[in-house]
Design a protein around this ligand. Structure first.
Ligand code: NAD
Length: 291
């Protein structure tokens, strides 16, 4: 995993190495998803994050096959949505994902959200789902298991009652929304925190602290956000349409944000979150099994 555009890696608790930056394949505004992913592969990204909800698995699988990059040089991650949880559901959902991707195995498979609705017994449901994913991993269909949007109490449920520790936890993380408690918990338990929305989906471009640092370091707004996350030991998962942005987002290894400026960014008011909270604002959109 060192031949791509991003040569620096994190080592996961199971020994796998992953590039320090991945590529996000959520493309809610539509457009040419296949072309976007082909550009990202051609630019040298090697880690691709998708989910059944994004409806980009087919395009990702096609782009991987057409790229002729050896499968073992790429890492493919997907996720089970909140209506794909429970033992039987998640097994079926996993094989639907595998079929859409047209691959033999998936490198990382994640539970997308810990709590599908306010009423359910989420502890039981998470464990049932996790135990079934453990079986798929033992059968060789998945290399590593992870979670997404899990807070410490959701993680503790898995850590206390199963033998498999999640290798990653993907959460909304960017300047203005740092989820300090969850990140600290992950790092204390050797779970790599991944950042979704690492540049705040562009909605935080007015942030004056980041803009001032962008001018000071001569780097773009996106580069300051990504560099900040890397210096905190987080793996950002930016999505970009243009090759220019893809290259810019990977070009963050030749400068360092000073300790003082890291504190400045860390102590900014936490006002910029995108509004989805695993316990409070549970996303209700249904997945599409026929995509
Ligand atoms: P993001 O912060 O990556 O922002 C993407 C937006 O920023 C796009 O509009 C893109 O064109 C623009 N952009 C990218 N690079 C830029 C640059 N250098 N300069 C200016 N603009 C730039 O937000 P996102 O797409 O929501 O998140 C990234 C990925 O995280 C997704 O694609 C998906 O894989 C994952 N994600 C996961 C969850 C989850 O619940 N696990 C939720 C949302 C997203």
């Amino acid at each position: 995993m060192t031949n791509g555009l991003i040569r620096e890696t994190y080592t996961l608790s199971n020994g796998m190495t992953v590039p320090k930056i991945g590529f996000g394949c959520y493309n809610p505004k539509g457009g040419d998803t296949y072309g976007m992913i082909r550009r990202a592969i051609d630019a040298g990204y090697t880690y691709f994050d998708t989910a059944s909800l994004y409806e980009t698995e087919r395009a990702l699988g096609q782009a991987v096959r057409d790229s002729k990059v050896p499968r073992e040089d790429l890492l493919i991650a997907s996720k089970a949505w909140h209506d794909e949880m429970g033992a039987e559901n998640v097994r079926e959902a996993f094989f639907r994902s595998l079929k859409r991707l047209q691959l033999d195995y998936i490198d990382l498979f994640l539970i997308h959200w810990p709590r599908p609705n306010a009423q359910c017994d989420w502890k039981k449901l998470d464990l049932e789902t996790w135990n079934e994913l453990e079986k798929l991993k033992d059968q060789g269909f998945i290399k590593a298991l992870g979670v997404s949007n899990f807070l410490p109490h959701h993680l503790e449920n898995l850590l206390d009652h199963s033998d498999t520790k999640p290798v990653v936890d993907q959460m909304e993380l960017h300047p203005g929304y740092l989820q300090e408690a969850a990140v600290r918990f992950c790092q204390e338990h050797e779970i790599l925190p991944q950042a979704w929305g690492p540049i705040g989906r562009g909605r935080i471009f007015q942030n004056s602290v980041v803009n001032d640092l962008s001018a000071k370091y001569g780097k773009s707004f996106a580069q300051i956000c990504l560099r900040f996350l890397l210096q905190r030991g987080i793996q950002p998962m930016p999505k970009a349409m243009s090759e220019e942005h893809m290259r810019e987002n990977a070009d963050v290894f030749d400068f360092e944000i000073s300790r003082e400026d890291m504190w400045l960014m860390s102590c900014m008011p936490q006002t910029d979150w995108l509004g989805e909270h695993p316990d409070l604002a549970i996303p209700q959109k249904a997945s599409n099994p026929d995509q």
